[in-house]
Design a protein around this ligand. Sequence first.
Ligand code: PEP
Ligand code: MG
Length: 322
Amino acid sequence: DRETLEALKDLPAVTLDGHRVHVVANMAVPEETEALVASGLDGVGLFRSEFLFMDRSNLPDEEEQFTAYQRVVSAFQGKPVIIRTLDVGGDKHLPALALPREDNPFLGFRAIRISLARPELFRTQLRALLRASAYGRLLIMFPMISHLEQLREAKRLLEEVKAELRKSGTPFDEEIAIGMMMEIPGACLQADAFAKEVQFFSIGTNDLVQYTLAVDRMNENIAHLYSYYHPAVLRLISHVINASHRAGIWTGLCGEMASDPLATELLLGMGLNEFSGAAAVMPKVKARIRSTTMDQAKQVARHVLSLSSTEEVYSYLRDKTE
Ligand code: PEP
Ligand code: MG
């Protein structure tokens, strides 16, 4: 009940047998900061920076972005804050960029593809992020990476910006961690290669489901086909987590699935290290984590991964949880 969930606020996300994971928040605008800090979560798993750019006719300059990022990072006082670089295109429009109309926007010019095509825009964001990293623990995450070359190019630009900052004596976190969204099936299948070049992964199931099953995440007519319980999606998730661990890095999940208590034990059993979702629902996820053991969770994961249909997976988890 509500009172028990409220009491959970200051308790760690740890299983009955002592396995610690992180339960963190998704956020969109810096105005949410204070409420999120008060929620007692372990940090921010996804700050969708594109909201700073949307619903306006101009672009935020470096100073405006720096102020926004710095506010969040400072407020979390050393807890991790993952800020994702611009992810527009697809369903998110950005008037100031005058993006071309496309027949297939979700397969088109979006996210990192825009950032790499417009390096001056990307550099401004990277400078603001690096400067904010001096005020706490900021991690940078790149969206929609499908090709290793994209990740390398993004990192190369980041290194260039770091060199500029060093030259001008501007402080930033020299140890800043870099991660990438795992939301394209092709990237997931190549997780072993990507894991050698980043410090963490965050699985974006909202997009991963649509790209794996060819089901538009916005189309109501086919919404019944859209499910993160599809065995193919679960296999990709499991593969990404295993690959990250083989390389000695960690994996989070910041799509809607992370905030679904029905999926918590399954994800835990697959080895997920971090659950990121809307702050209001995350206490339920924490409660689930605190009421199971890793042995139990692994059994659930093993069983679910042996099932072959979405309905079987869903029914099993639902019956188990009721
Ligand atoms: C996702 O794709 O799961 C995700 C977290 O990113 P967004 O919903 O912003 O595309
Ligand atoms: Mg996404």
